[in-house]
Design a protein around this ligand. Structure first.
Ligand SMILES: Nc1ncnc2c1ncn2[C@@H]1O[C@H](COP(=O)(O)OP(=O)(O)OP(=O)(O)O)[C@@H](O)[C@H]1O
Length: 581
């Protein structure tokens, strides 16, 4: 059970804004003092009101107008600084969540829904910001007024004040009761919207599959079911609010009527003058607004708590692959890679790699072949520490990869994936991905080596052509060559290549092959190979089966051996048009 609200976790984000908050508080203080001054001048005005001295009345009204002006000024000060502080809290929180997200492991993203994550980073963080804003800009000033104004009222006439506050505890209990329910309903509603947005993201990214399977109606029905759930969750929130507001309003009205009655009785008993009652009524009227705000704020805080929970839930997810506190920088390596009795399991008790040992010399190209699910991807994913081996060690140039910083390790390993992801930006920025500033000449050179220069220069804006979302569409072969250019520019000693399975047209294929060969030259390469031409060219071929190295040797050696690889070759490579020699 939750004992402490997650709101407390916002403190480290609020604290650095203290200077701005103090300025805002000066505004609040000025505002409350001006409100009290207003009550005083209303009382003075009430004494001259019935006297017929128009000059005196005009003077009092002018003073009241001036006090209003001053009060308005302080209100602006408070609004400006508190808004600034709250927006900055949301800004830092959002950045923190985003950078935290980047450090989480692949395993997290394999199960997380991207729509849900983006909702947490946008809507939820916004709502947290709004809550902080409400707290400083609305709640605290209102609470101050709710303290200051009643003190003034008590000093004027305590019997009257007592009449008002009799209903207050009842209201408090009611507000609390409603608030807790609102929080629960809101959490449900928020989760529903998140689910909805997850479906949307899923379908947008997989629209080709949806259309190819003619699953539009199925997806529309699924979305509609989810949307209906979202609607009823929201409806529960609104219905609760709709019940709460009139109940609280009724209690307010009862207090006002009681006040009128007790006021009349006090005047009849000569305990109160009419002017005092005038001022008293103004004070009571000034209380209505803050009471309403505090009620609403309380609801919003309860609703916001759901967002705070969701944001901090994400921040609480710990990466499983972590750097040692005293991790060293991996010095430039020559590219010797050693797997020493490495085992790995995604789920305990279900090993995917079993006791694998391997020594790759600098510059050696190693092809990994094997049936789908044999563990090839898992094997290469251990090297940049996307996952950590469950048992055994991996060394690069004799250094255990768990002893060095992730950054220095990953910078020395280039990866060319099967599907190249383009990020929104220019072609040049995509080639120099992850670098703030880069040398254009080097980018062009890398593109030339990757056989990409020519097609890039033919694009409308050359290297400055926008790609990624809402950018130009590149063909599969062009994307692969961009990925190769990325790796060339990084110039790592170690390379991981995941060969694309989909066939390219023969011209494109030849360009990619040539680019890959240039890229591989002089580097230690692990390549998940699907094409025979690649496999044959490698120094060593590892045949993986059920997480173990079944055979190892050159193409010729393995063919002569006549076991698994030879069968594999006969079954797959010889008959597949993709595996051209
Ligand atoms: N994130 C994961 N969580 C749980 N199991 C996984 C995960 N990724 C892969 N596996 C399982 O681990 C085994 C090895 O998968 P891996 O992707 O390494 O094989 P592969 O040889 O690269 O296959 P393919 O050629 O199809 O990509 C498979 O049984 C797969 O289902």
């Amino acid at each position: 059970m939750k004992t402490r609200s997650n709101y407390w976790q916002l403190l480290p984000y609020i604290r650095p804004q203290w200077q701005t908050i103090v300025k805002g508080f000066i505004g609040i203080l000025g505002y409350v003092l001006a409100t009290l001054a207003l009550l005083r001048y209303v009382r003075q005005f009430a004494t001259v009101f019935g006297g017929g001295d128009l000059n005196a009345i005009a003077l009092q009204l002018a003073i009241i107008a001036a006090v209003f002006l001053v009060r308005g000024f302080f209100q602006s000060v408070q609004d400006i600084y508190m808004a600034k502080a709250a927006l900055r809290v949301a800004f830092h929180l959002r950045n923190k969540v985003y950078s935290h997200l980047q450090k989480l492991n692949l395993s997290y993203f394999e199960t997380a829904k991207s729509g849900d994550l983006s909702y947490r980073l946008t809507e939820d963080v916004d709502r947290v910001g709004e809550v902080v804003h409400k707290l400083f800009h609305d709640f605290i000033p209102c609470v101050l007024q709710l303290v200051a104004i009643p003190i003034y009222m008590i000093s004027l006439n305590w019997q009257l004040t007592l009449a008002i506050i009799i209903v207050a505890p009842l209201m408090g209990i009611l507000i609390g009761w409603f608030g807790e329910r609102l929080r629960r309903f809101s959490l449900k509603s928020q989760n529903r919207i998140s689910d909805l947005s997850a479906i949307l993201t899923e379908v947008v990214s997989g629209i080709r599959i949806v259309q190819a399977f003619a699953a539009e109606n199925y997806e529309t029905a699924r979305f509609s079911r989810e949307a209906e759930r979202t609607m009823s969750a929201k409806y529960s929130v609104e219905r609760l609010k709709a019940i709460q507001i009139p109940i609280v309003g009724f209690l307010e009205a009862v207090s006002a009527l009681t006040l009128l009655f007790v006021g009349a009785a006090q005047i009849a008993n000569d305990n109160l003058t009419v002017a005092e009652f005038f001022s008293y009524l103004t004070a009571a009227a000034l209380l209505i607004d803050p009471i309403g705000h505090v009620t609403n704020n309380y609801n919003e805080f309860k609703q916001g708590e759901a967002s705070v929970d969701r944001v901090f839930e994400l921040l609480a997810v710990q990466p499983t692959v972590v750097e040692k506190p005293n991790a060293l920088l991996l010095p430039p390596v020559s590219g010797k890679v050693e797997y020493s009795r490495v085992s790995f399991a995604y789920k305990p008790g279900e090993p995917v790699l079993k006791d694998i040992s391997l020594l790759a010399q600098p510059g050696e190209a190693i092809a990994l072949v094997g049936a789908s699910g044999a563990g090839k991807t898992t094997f290469v994913n251990l090297l940049p520490r996307f996952y950590d081996a469950t048992a055994g060690e991996i060394f690069i140039d004799g250094v255990d990869i768990r002893d060095v910083t992730l950054d220095s390790l990953r910078r020395q390993i280039g990866i060319v994936p099967q599907e190249t992801m383009m990020f929104s930006g220019t072609i040049a920025q995509n080639i120099a991905f992850g670098q703030d500033s880069f040398d254009m000449e080097a980018v062009e050179k890398a593109a030339s080596i990757a056989n990409a220069h020519q097609f890039i220069t033919q694009l409308s804006d050359g290297y400055h052509t926008w790609v990624g979302e809402r950018g130009v569409n590149l063909s599969g072969g062009q994307r692969q060559r961009i990925a190769i250019a990325r790796a060339v520019l990084l110039n790592p000693r170690i390379l991981i290549l995941d060969e694309a399975t989909s066939a390219l047209d023969s011209e494109s294929e030849a360009l990619v092959q040539e680019a890959l060969e240039r890229l591989m030259e002089g580097r230690t390469v692990f390549i998940i190979a699907h094409r025979l031409s690649t496999v044959r060219r490698c120094d060593r071929i590892l045949v993986l089966e059920r997480g173990q190295i079944l055979e190892s040797g050159t193409h010729e050696e393995l063919l002569t051996l006549g076991h698994r690889y030879a069968r594999f070759y006969a079954q797959q490579f010889s008959r597949s048009h993709e595996f051209k020699q």
